[in-house]
Ligand binder design. Structure first.
Ligand SMILES: NC(=O)c1ccc[n+]([C@@H]2O[C@H](COP(=O)([O-])OP(=O)(O)OC[C@H]3O[C@@H](n4cnc5c(N)ncnc54)[C@H](OP(=O)(O)O)[C@@H]3O)[C@@H](O)[C@H]2O)c1
Length: 323
C-alpha cells in the first residue's frame, strides 16, 4: 500500500469512519473514495456491484453498519440483521469479484457468547449462546467474519475481520434514548452542571442518576486509537497472519477495564459537576465484566496510546463544540 493507493472507506460519516478519514488524511493518503448513503445505499447489491466495477478500489475498510444501543438493537431486530447482512455481503462479494487487494471488516465484541471467560480471547467465538438483546446484530457480524474467512480459504482473498471493544470519541451518539454508556454520562453530567450553574448553595444540586449498581466492569477505546490500529493493520498485517494462528479475527482494545462507578466519577471530575451521583439498582447491570484479550494485536506490534482520561477530555471538548 502506498499513499496514492485507492482506498474505499465505507461508512465515512460515522464515528469510526470519520476517525479513519482523519487518520488516513493525516498520513498523506490522497486517493480515498467515499459515498454517502444517498449516493450509494450499501444494501443494494446491484448498486454496490456497479460501484466496485467502475471505481475498482484497491483497499477497503467496512465501517458502515446499522449500529445502536440495547434498545435499538432489541426493537429493530429484523433491520439489524437484514441491513448488516446486506451491507457487508454486498461489499465483501463485490470486493472479491473486482480484485480488491485487502479488506478489513469491523465487527464488535457482542459477537462473543454472553457468559464468556474473561479476558475474552478470539477463539471463544461460537462457544456458547449469545446475549439475546443484540443477537440479530451479533449473528450478522459473525456471518461477516465467516464471509471474510471463507473467501480467504476458497479464493485466497486478503480479507479479515477485527473486533473492537466499546468505542467513544468525536461523532459519537449523545442522544440519551439511543446512546452507549460513556456518551450518555457525558451528556448527563454536562446538563446537570449547566442546569445548576446559577445555584450558589451546592448542597441543593440535583444528583446525576446512573443506571445499575455501578459495579460492572467495561473497557473503552478512543476511536482515534482504533483508526491508528486499522492504519497499522492495513499497512502491515495480512489475512494469512491471522488465519495461520487458527483464529478468524483480531480483538482491538486497551486491555484494561474500569467499573461504571469509576467511569462516572472520572467524567464528573472532568466536566466539573459538583453534585452527587446516585445509582439506580432497579435498572439492569448487564454482564458483570467485558474485557477483550488484546495480546494477539499487541504481539503483532500495536497497542493503544490514548488513555481513558485523555480520551474523555478530548471527547468532551468535541461535545462542547458540536452538540
Ligand atoms: N460504536 C461502537 O462502540 C463500536 C464498537 C465496536 C465496533 N463498532 C463497529 O464499528 C463500525 C462503525 O460503527 P460506528 O459507531 O462508526 O457507527 P455509526 O456512527 O452509526 O456509522 C455507521 C456508518 O454506516 C453508514 N451506513 C449505515 N447504513 C448504511 C447504508 N444502508 N448504506 C450506506 N451507508 C450506511 C452510516 O451512514 P449515515 O451517516 O448515512 O447514517 C454511517 O456512515 C460498525 O461495524 C460497528 O459494529 C462500533
Amino acid at each position: 500500500m502506498n499513499k496514492s493507493s485507492k482506498l474505499y472507506i465505507a461508512g465515512h460519516t460515522g464515528m469510526v469512519g470519520s476517525a479513519l478519514m482523519r487518520k488516513f488524511t493525516a498520513e498523506g493518503f490522497t486517493n480515498i473514495i467515499t459515498k454517502t448513503r444517498e449516493e450509494l445505499d450499501l444494501r443494494n447489491q446491484q448498486a454496490v456491484t456497479h460501484f466496485f466495477q467502475t471505481e475498482k478500489p484497491e483497499y477497503v475498510i467496512i465501517a458502515a453498519a446499522k449500529v445502536g444501543g440495547i434498545l435499538a438493537n432489541n426493537t429493530y431486530r429484523a433491520e439489524f440483521l437484514y441491513d448488516n447482512l446486506m451491507i457487508q455481503s454486498n461489499i465483501i462479494h463485490a470486493s472479491a469479484s473486482s480484485g480488491v487487494e485487502k479488506l478489513i471488516f469491523l465487527g464488535s465484541s457482542c459477537i462473543y457468547p454472553r457468559d464468556c471467560p474473561q479476558p475474552i480471547k478470539e477463539e471463544y467465538l461460537l462457544t456458547g449462546p449469545l446475549e439475546q438483546t443484540n443477537e440479530p446484530y451479533a449473528i450478522a457480524k459473525i456471518a461477516g467474519i465467516k464471509l471474510c474467512e471463507n473467501y480467504y480459504k476458497q479464493y485466497g482473498c486478503n480479507f479479515y475481520s477485527v473486533m473492537p471493544t466499546n468505542l467513544y470519541g468525536p461523532n459519537d451518539n449523545f442522544d440519551l434514548e439511543t446512546s452507549h454508556v460513556l456518551p450518555a454520562l457525558i451528556r448527563k453530567f454536562h446538563e446537570a452542571k449547566v442546569n445548576n450553574a446559577e445555584l450558589v448553595d451546592k448542597s441543593t444540586l440535583s444528583p446525576v442518576e446512573v443506571w445499575g449498581t455501578g459495579t460492572p466492569r467495561r473497557e473503552f477505546l478512543y476511536v482515534d486509537d482504533l483508526a491508528d490500529a486499522l492504519f497499522f493493520l492495513l499497512s502491515e498485517v495480512e489475512a494469512r497472519d491471522i488465519y495461520e494462528q487458527r483464529i478468524t479475527h483480531l480483538n482491538i482494545g486497551t486491555g484494561e477495564d474500569i467499573t461504571i462507578k469509576e467511569l462516572a466519577e472520572m467524567i464528573k471530575e472532568i466536566i466539573g459537576f459538583k453534585g452527587e451521583i446516585i445509582y439506580d439498582s432497579t435498572k439492569p447491570d448487564g454482564t458483570s465484566r467485558k474485557l477483550l484479550d488484546v495480546s494477539r494485536i499487541n504481539g503483532l506490534g500495536w497497542r493503544s496510546k490514548i488513555d481513558l482520561e485523555e480520551g474523555i477530555k478530548k471527547t468532551y471538548e468535541w461535545f462542547l463544540k458540536y452538540q
